[in-house]
Design a protein around this ligand. Structure first.
Ligand SMILES: NC(=O)c1ccc[n+]([C@@H]2O[C@H](COP(=O)([O-])OP(=O)(O)OC[C@H]3O[C@@H](n4cnc5c(N)ncnc54)[C@H](OP(=O)(O)O)[C@@H]3O)[C@@H](O)[C@H]2O)c1
Length: 336
């Protein structure tokens, strides 16, 4: 079987190699023949060494995948050979609140990644595909869709008629738009591109703001919300936008802090948080139980992921360069 590995940080060091299939542990695991991967900004951070500079190398990147179970070890009752499955990125987080050690069970860093034709995983780290989804569609869900769900539902408890602001048109933000509309919320979305904003409007965005031509987008959000601000901001960017996100969020509102696209350190005027009783909720994907709830919701609301572009497996490095360039809208998929 073939897999991608890197022995030094940097996208240019990603190589496709032939490897012996990993032995299947005697209990609790399954072998999956992967058919589709999806890319997340996190995969770039992992490859660049900025996500975890201490990651043991060589490593295989990529967190999200879907495929078919080809072998099961003893004690596995959730799946049988031939079942289509999708991965759950935080593999040990089954249910309940997040625990400190769950971070160490994340696929694609520090656990081995999915950039391979075949992987061995605990059966607990897999779910069945949503009804009517193909492998490429399913592979878009584990991080981007579940993070949007975590922001809107687990932490945000968004109700019909409430307002949601989401930043940019990448994977998490487009899922946040689709899920928030299905929850009955009003959605404001920002982008650097008018063309992408037109596509977001077609997906149901109520208001669109170009943050390049309108750098005071927080004031525009306030204006659109009659001076109150939104109930919930899905903060997918981080230090570059956090101050403006605070000013765009209403009293008693929530900032679901998802992203770290432009660095992690920033100066914050704490008065905005305390005087307005704003809740800042740190988001770290979500549990498998939340993923199951998300799957039921997307089946019920017939939500289909937006796939910007598909690449063949041996072009994974090109697909990652395309992600880094930020020209995409929604998700990028690699098919095996
Ligand atoms: N906490 C978690 O559990 C979790 C889970 C998933 C992702 N994340 C993080 O969330 C972030 C987004 O991830 P992703 O996979 O959705 O990334 P992505 O698909 O690469 O999307 C990035 C998008 O961000 C937009 N952007 C860049 N700079 C911006 C700015 N200053 N203001 C507004 N938008 C800006 C761009 O949209 P336009 O082209 O439209 O301008 C770009 O396409 C990353 O930092 C990622 O690491 C965290």
């Amino acid at each position: 079987m073939r897999k991608f590995t890197f022995d030094k940080f940097g996208l240019k060091n990603l190589k496709l190699v032939h490897a012996e299939p990993e032995p299947l542990p005697p209990t609790g695991c399954v072998r999956v023949d992967l058919t589709a991967l999806s890319l997340n900004y996190r995969d770039l951070l992992v490859l660049r060494g900025s996500y975890n500079p201490k990651l043991a190398l060589p490593a295989t990147p990529i967190s999200d995948a879907a495929g078919v179970v080809s072998e099961v070890s003893a004690g596995v009752t959730r799946f049988k050979v031939g079942d289509p499955v999708v991965t759950h990125a935080v593999s040990r987080w089954i249910d309940g609140p997040c625990q400190a050690d769950y971070k160490s069970s994340m696929l694609g860093c520090p656990e081995p990644g999915m950039g391979a034709e075949q992987v061995v995983l605990p059966a607990d780290a897999l779910l069945p595909l949503p009804e009517g989804y193909d492998f490429a569609q399913a592979a878009t869900l584990p991080i981007a869709a579940l993070t949007a769900w975590s922001a809107l539902v687990t932490e945000g408890d968004v109700q019909p008629g409430q307002s949601v602001l989401t930043l940019g048109t990448g994977g998490v933000s487009i899922f946040a738009l689709q899920l928030a509309k299905a929850l009955g919320a009003k959605v404001i979305i920002t982008s650097s591109s008018d063309e992408k904003l037109a596509r977001a409007a077609q997906l149901g965005a109520d208001h669109t703001i170009n943050y390049t031509t309108n750098p005071k987008w927080d004031a525009e959000v306030q204006r659109l919300e009659n001076g109150l601000g939104v109930n919930l901001t899905v903060e997918t960017i981080g230090s570059a936008t956090f101050g403006q996100s605070l000013r765009a969020t209403r009293t008693n509102g929530i900032i679901a802090l998802v992203g770290a696209l432009h660095g992690l350190a920033c100066e914050v005027n704490l008065a905005h948080i305390l005087m307005n009783r704003i809740h800042v909720a740190g988001i770290f994907v979500d549990s498998r139980a939340a993923f199951e709830d998300l799957i039921r919701f997307i089946e019920q609301h017939h939500i289909r992921p937006v796939i910007d572009r598909r690449f063949p497996f041996d072009e994974l490095p090109r697909a990652l360069e395309y992600l880094a360039a930020g020209r995409h809208f929604g998700k990028i998929v690699v098919e095996i």
